[in-house]
Design a protein around this ligand. Sequence first.
Ligand SMILES: Nc1ncnc2c1ncn2[C@@H]1O[C@H](COP(=O)(O)OP(=O)(O)OP(=O)(O)O)[C@@H](O)[C@H]1O
Ligand SMILES: [Mg+2]
Length: 438
Amino acid sequence: MSLSTSIHDIKTLVLSFHSVIVIETVEEDRVISLLRSTAAQLEMPFFEWSVTRGLARFPGTTSLYGTGDPLILLKSLEELGEGMFLLKDFGKFLNDPAVARGFREVSQRFAKKRSTIVITGETIHLPAEIEHAVVHYELKLPGCDELRRVVDALVRSLRTSSGVEIQLSSEDMAELLRALSGMTLNQARQTIAFAALKDGRLSPEDVKDVLERKAQMIREGGLLEYFPVEDNRFQLGGFGRLKRWLERAKIGFTREAQELNLPAPKGILIVGVQGCGKSLAAKVIARQWKLPLLKLDSGRLFDKYIGESEKNFRKAISLAESMAPVILWIDEVEKAMSTSGGEADGGLSRRLFGAFLTWLQEKQHEVFVIATANDLSILPPELLRKGRFDEIFFVDLPNADERRQIFKIHLKLRKQDPKKIRFAAAGGSHRGFQRSGD
Ligand SMILES: Nc1ncnc2c1ncn2[C@@H]1O[C@H](COP(=O)(O)OP(=O)(O)OP(=O)(O)O)[C@@H](O)[C@H]1O
Ligand SMILES: [Mg+2]
């Protein structure tokens, strides 16, 4: 998401009398610069607070005496009047009844005069009486403009401080920025600094290292698996209809299609028996379209804490969007989205499903979704309605010709010459094929 969009969003919230904004993020520095710019545009004084430093006005004033104490802070807020106040990690202090009461009084007063408190923290759990008075703002991962600004500043300082040579054309730089998408600003800064200092130069070869670092970060994040375009060598036998469809649909990603305001393909659902190549098909589509692939394992979304699973889902989606154009593969979609279990999970699957449908319907980014499922019967019918996915493919067991193609692929993978094999004799039962495929 671009910086100007975030500034516009926060400005709109402030001007529409939202007196408390909650931003859950690990990117505190980024929030600070976002709020400073927003406050400057609104011509509002900007203050920062932390329990260690107390409350201080930006730029560079000393903090107000004693305001490290949350109760004294709240008193000062009442006296100070108009402004934007960033309270770092303040969520934790709201579990104290006196602080919570004082906070509500301040926020009610602020709502009348367009002053705003912004609470940040990595995970924020608010007491119910506070929760209904706040608005949550989701800070999306940095867009290309923010990444560019950070990289430019870093490159300048590395050049002067460490004599790093920059050997990047403007196209290389664009590719580097694309490779950085999906990272936080801090991660991007560290990755570039590491790549540059390793051998004293920043060159086109570093793009590969950046992609590897990103793959590692995504893996560590635990929600998604990342398959870069470069490593994708998967091959798929059969699937004639799907392959023909892909050939046609790829036109939807072209500049010509964009110029005609044609929407890019949204996604497909692949349903079929176990082992028939659904997962492989997802990987092959990414290969054919030369797009990176992100795999979302439905089981990993679930978290024992209320609200965390939805957050995980939003996180995964926002990571995928930041990396667009990309393919998001949701494996075993029925595990996350099946609503047949009723309220057994407290309605979680239903909520996740609702969030998924809304996103699928409204998504603006070029994120092509491939959902795979074994069991169509437990998927909610809304998902199967025309218009959600571009197409639904049912994959049956392969026929004789398809078995031959698959067999050839696997023989070649194992460095065997398919010409030496008599397929009519080898391709006996379906079961025989499946075992050889695994
Ligand atoms: N059409 C095919 N072409 C080439 N190999 C195939 C094909 N179908 C299956 N295979 C082989 O069988 C293996 C299993 O297929 P895959 O994991 O894609 O099946 P799946 O439909 O996703 O199964 P599951 O429902 O268990 O997830 C693949 O890794 C591949 O080696
Ligand atoms: Mg599979």
